[in-house]
Design a protein around this ligand. Structure first.
Ligand SMILES: Cc1cc2nc3c(=O)[nH]c(=O)nc-3n(C[C@H](O)[C@H](O)[C@H](O)COP(=O)(O)OP(=O)(O)OC[C@H]3O[C@@H](n4cnc5c(N)ncnc54)[C@H](O)[C@@H]3O)c2cc1C
Length: 468
């Protein structure tokens, strides 16, 4: 009996994905370079994620080889390649990790329909299977706190057994397939960004250890500070399945960290579960607001505003720092994401879907569920979202969570010499201080693109009218 283990990019680890352990030592390990992700024009649109994925794929392939096996990479559409490959090698089943996203669910339906053998989909991406946390009346939760309480009463995914230490090399002669080496970034038409986190299980495991040994002990306080490395930076590792969330959960919950720190971190992992569950139950959230009242909201169509926000030229330092951190490093601090997305949807009144897709283009951890829910949260139209009438003040947020302006100064070097007192509102600085710091508003750094107070009032008035 031969089993194909089909890796699909959200499961790039060898130990503990149920599919690998389940398939056994003589399985054939397959990765399909589907043009949906790997056509150069597509890959270039998500280059940071592809770079991270390629690192991870290379390490996975090397590890399979070290254990005597081989990761077979084939170019082509998954729904054509997998059924054909399975037939050619005489496989009796294909096992893979289930995806929550509609694009993956549809792909799997097509693949299953084209095969005469079973496509066995196993859990492995969440702590509990999406769609299983239910209220007493059996309905999905639309609010985080009761979801969190209910999830914590449930049995969490068991850590599956480790993969075999030795694989049997696949004795298959594969003709008629477009076999390929793992592509290089250059072959996909872009160059590596040295500022992106390194992918692969070893780097991810090191990040987990460094977090527990370091910032985890003051996570509650430091996680909101944009000027500190106070969070785990595990989001891309989780997204690409380098670490099973259960492994992270156990590492933190079984550590000797103070209980409130453990619980605060666990809450964040549960936010991800909440997002996955919501997407599972309501796949349409990827194109429409979670709250129907937001349908037809009068967003503003303004390319100049959009470009200024994307390029970090709005004149609001925290918002601009977030925009530039994103492009340069593929990451944005969570607090800065919230402020930038709030500014985008409320001060600039741009459709949250435009911001969401820009983030998907550049984030290394860009994740359909969490990114969509993050944007809908900020706009006010999502599940358990920030109420629409609550509007972040970017200056207050900056002063509170970046008190010395170090985050801003790191990403907006034009303001590096400005007195920290004015770094979050340079237009309030006396002319002399601006001159000493080499800041010429409107020349070296833009004037605010909109007036905070006016933009706030306009949004509130438009939103109130729309909601009534
Ligand atoms: C507008 C916006 C867009 C976002 N887009 C994404 C995205 O594409 N991918 C993504 O993983 N997260 C996204 N988030 C959530 C959050 O910003 C990131 O998960 C977090 O910044 C990642 O850094 P970290 O791993 O150091 O987080 P930590 O604070 O160390 O958190 C640990 C883990 O918990 C999960 N987590 C933390 N906060 C959240 C949250 N609010 N929602 C869901 N899961 C969370 C992540 O898996 C994270 O790695 C978004 C938030 C907003 C406001």
């Amino acid at each position: 009996m031969s089993t194909i283990v089909w890796f699909r990019g959200k499961d790039l680890r060898l130990d503990h994905p149920p599919a690998v352990a389940e398939a056994g030592a003589d399985a054939i390990h397959l990765f399909v370079l589907d043009p949906f992700f790997f056509a150069p024009e597509r890959a270039q649109q998500m280059r940071h994620r592809i770079q991270f994925l390629l690192d991870s794929l290379r390490e996975l392939s090397a590890e399979i080889q070290r254990r005597g096996g081989r990761l077979i990479c084939i170019r082509g559409r998954s729904d054509t390649v997998v059924p054909k490959f399975a037939k050619t090698v005489g496989a009796t089943r294909v096992v893979a990790m289930r995806w929550t996203e509609p694009v993956g669910r549809k792909r799997d339906q097509r693949v299953a329909a084209r095969m005469e053998i079973p496509l066995v989909l196993l859990e492995g991406e969440t702590l509990v299977p999406p769609g299983t946390v239910r209220s007493q009346s059996g309905t999905p939760y639309a609010v985080f706190s009761p979801f969190n309480r209910a999830l914590r009463r449930m049995p969490l995914a068991a850590t599956p057994p480790a993969a075999p230490l030795h694989f049997t090399p696949p004795a298959v002669d594969i003709e008629g397939f477009d076999m390929a080496a793992i592509p290089t970034e250059e072959s996909l038409g872009f160059t590596r960004n040295p500022n992106i986190l390194k992918g692969g299980v070893s780097a991810a495991s090191a990040r987990l250890k460094a977090f527990i040994d370091g910032p985890a002990s003051r996570y509650t306080e430091a996680r909101d500070r944009m000027d500190m490395a106070g969070t785990s930076r595990l989001s891309a590792d989780i997204k690409f399945g380098l670490l099973h969330p259960r492994r992270i959960w156990d590492a933190v919950m079984e550590s000797d960290l103070p209980e409130h720190e453990r619980n605060k971190f666990a809450d964040e992992l549960v936010w991800r579960e909440f997002n996955y569950s919501t997407l599972w139950d309501r796949p349409e959230v990827l194109s429409a607001p979670f709250k129907p009242a937001w349908e037809g909201f009068p967003w503003v169509d303004d390319d100049d505003r959009l470009t200024a926000w994307k390029t970090g030229q709005t004149g609001y330092p925290v918002v601009d720092a977030a925009a530039r951190q994103l492009i340069e490093t593929g990451y944005v601090h969570n607090r800065a994401r919230m402020v930038a997305a709030s500014f985008f949807t409320k001060h600039l009144r741009l459709d949250y879907r435009l911001g969401e897709s820009h983030y998907m283009q550049w984030l290394t951890d860009g994740d359909w569920a969490s990114n969509n829910m993050g944007w809908q949260w900020a706009a006010g139209c999502g599940a358990d979202a920030q109420p629409w009438f609550r509007i972040f003040n970017p200056m207050t947020q900056g002063r509170r969570f970046d008190p010395q302006g170090e985050y801003v100064k790191r990403w907006v070097p034009e303001l590096a010499k400005l007195d920290p007192k004015f770094v979050h509102a340079p237009w309030e600085a006396p002319e002399l201080l601006l001159r000493v710091a080499g800041v010429q508003l409107g020349i070296t750094y833009p004037h605010p693109i909109v007036d905070h107070k006016t933009a706030r009032e306009e949004f509130l008035s438009v939103a109130k009218q729309h909601m009534n």
